[in-house]
Design a protein around this ligand. Structure first.
Ligand code: FE2
Length: 330
């Protein structure tokens, strides 16, 4: 078993035609055709091409490759030769458990919590260029990862709500969230301020907040309310595509827990409120355009974070989906 993996393009139900590129691209490996070593060699020799395809298509689903445990996944991802983006350094508000230097649990939020569509960490000034997801164990029911082409969503949003789209482009967005003084795994956004800002004291947290351009307020219960600087709502990619690169849908629908009220989570950059009807159009388009990754054990997905949004459906049973982030290309 030193041969290269036998890989073919396959179709899966629900795959979408999207601008001449099927979404997502699905590559299947003939089971038993290659070792992990041979797979890594194969990946390394095609890394640039695969990243290019992930950008064109939005995402690639790898099925049947010899990846079973977090350590295998770490090697699979390392083979791409891309720069790791460690969870500890991120400003993500999700609670996660680190498994290997590259791999951590996708989100520790309970099964009944929906995670709405978003670009990873687009609500912070520091975000990854790409994400890998890996299914170690599919849920009993539900638990798909919806993914959505952001360029297509934005083109449709622009057609339906031109004024809102223009406002998004010209004003940008600011996000506010309240971080607890200790990790709260019951929330999809329960990461403590200490963990988020890698700070043990308020002074250290404030120094980090200041350097990132945030404004903030300490609450009587020890929580931190932090507001980002103005961040873009729409980005133009190098190839000219415009993408709805933000967390508007997720913040408006889903940033809800004991500390957070979604209606206060997001405003335009000038502090004005978002048009609720237009936000609802964006959410509806996201739902209509989503492909639900039908997780099978061993599946790996590479998602281009600039091109595709992702979320998480509710589920029952035990679901083990791991994630890994790639830093922005230098
Ligand atoms: Fe995410």
């Amino acid at each position: 078993m030193t041969d290269a993996p036998q890989v073919s393009l396959i179709s899966v139900p629900g795959q979408q035609p999207a601008d001449g590129h099927v979404f997502p691209l699905v590559l299947a490996c003939e089971p038993g055709s290659a070792t992990l070593d041979a797979t890594c060699t194969w990946l390394a020799s095609r890394a640039a091409d695969l990243c290019q395809q992930a950008s064109a298509h939005g995402a690639i689903l790898f099925r049947g490759f010899p990846v079973a445990i977090p350590e295998d996944l770490d090697r699979f991802i390392a083979a791409f030769g891309l720069k790791n983006f460690p969870y500890e350094q991120s400003l993500s508000n999700a609670v996660r458990v680190v498994k290997t230097p590259r791999v951590f649990t996708a989100n520790e939020a309970p099964p009944n919590v929906t995670i709405f569509l978003h670009h990873e960490m687009a609500q912070t000034p520091i975000y990854p260029s790409r994400l890998f997801f890996f299914c170690e164990q599919p849920a009993e029911t539900g638990g798909a990862t919806p993914i959505c082409r952001s360029d297509i969503l934005y083109a449709k949003l622009k057609a339906e709500c031109p004024q809102f789209a223009a406002d998004c482009e010209s004003r940008g967005l600011r996000y506010t969230n309240v971080m607890p003084a200790a990790n709260d795994a019951a929330s999809g956004m329960g990461r403590s301020w200490q963990s988020t800002f890698q700070a043990e004291t308020r002074e250290a947290a404030e120094a980090r907040l200041k350097s990132l351009g945030y404004s903030w307020e300490w609450l009587p219960d020890g929580c931190l309310r932090a507001t980002t600087p103005v961040l873009p709502a729409v980005r133009q990619l190098l190839d000219g595509r415009q993408v709805f690169f933000n967390q508007l849908i997720a913040a408006f629908q889903g940033w809800k827990d004991d500390r957070n009220d979604p209606s206060k989570s997001i405003t335009f950059g000038d502090g004005t409120t978002l048009d609720r009807d237009a936000v609802n159009v964006a959410s509806r388009l996201g739902e209509e355009l989503s492909f639900n990754i039908p997780w099978q054990k061993g599946d790996v997905a590479l998602v281009d974070n600039y091109v595709a949004m992702h979320g998480r459906r509710t589920f029952t049973g035990t679901r083990k989906v791991l994630a890994s982030l790639i830093a922005v290309d230098e």
